[in-house]
Design a protein. Structure first.
Length: 224
């Protein structure tokens, strides 16, 4: 009998290209996780069509319909919680989900809630990071998959991918180069998590088991 795959809920707000990478990975029966539900807080988000095309159940929970303030947020998160529980989700992936989750929600999913961010954290947290990286003149950029903590973009790091920043880069070209790596990194991190190969150690950092990389990215590259 095939082993049960870990059920994953994915939260989105937009086009869902990272969701697509997860759907594509999970299309293989050998992948140790399956996408059980996709939830968007934005009605009509492009990612919803990607989920439907893959035969994955979708839900739209428009945060605005729950009202403003603390009560609105609590109502929205209660609806998220019951949808995720209803789908049997064991881990939750944020994939371009543009709402900040409350400390209470984050605590409930501690060690089971992960996010992808388009920088090499802890550098360049927040929004508009591609322009910020170009302004700062960094020569290597990248993306990070991390556990979500109450503080934004600050939880324990599971995995990272690095790309060079080129002299002619615009925020758009850099974003595209990073995004291609996001699509490789996110499924790999979910795989490690599902296999129990990414666990938060006593010091609060993630220890990775399994295969490790070799080689380094240098920019400028060594000349011969
Ligand atoms: C990605 O760049 C991701 O790192 C960030 O939001 C973007 C979402 O893109 N958190 P997509 O919706 O997955 O295409």
């Amino acid at each position: 009998m095939a082993m049960a795959r870990l059920k994953v809920g994915v939260l989105i707000s937009g086009r869902g290209s990272n969701l697509q990478a997860l759907l594509d990975a999970a299309a293989s029966p050998a992948f140790p996780a399956e996408i059980a539900l996709v939830i968007s807080n934005v009605p009509g988000a492009g990612g919803l069509d990607r989920a439907r095309a893959a035969g994955v159940p979708v839900a739209t929970l428009d945060h605005r319909s729950f009202g403003k303030g603390v009560d609105g947020k609590a109502g929205f998160e209660a609806a998220l919680q019951s949808a995720l529980e209803g789908a049997g989700a064991r881990i939750v992936c944020l994939a371009g989900f543009m709402r900040l989750l409350s400390p209470a929600f984050v605590a409930r999913w501690q060690g089971r809630l992960i996010n992808i961010h388009p920088s090499l954290l802890p550098a360049f947290k927040g929004l508009d990071v591609h322009a910020a990286m170009i302004r700062a003149g960094v020569k290597i950029a990248g993306c990070t998959v991390h556990f979500v903590s109450a503080e934004m973009d600050a939880g324990p790091i599971i995995g990272q991918a690095a790309v060079p920043v080129l002299p002619e880069d615009t925020p758009e070209t850099l974003a595209a180069r990073i995004l291609a790596e996001e699509h490789r990194l996110y499924p790999e991190c979910v795989r490690r998590l599902a296999l129990g190969q990414a666990s938060i150690g006593a010091g609060g950092a993630v220890t990775l088991a399994g295969s490790a990389p070799s080689g380094a990215l240098l920019n400028p590259p060594p000349s011969r």
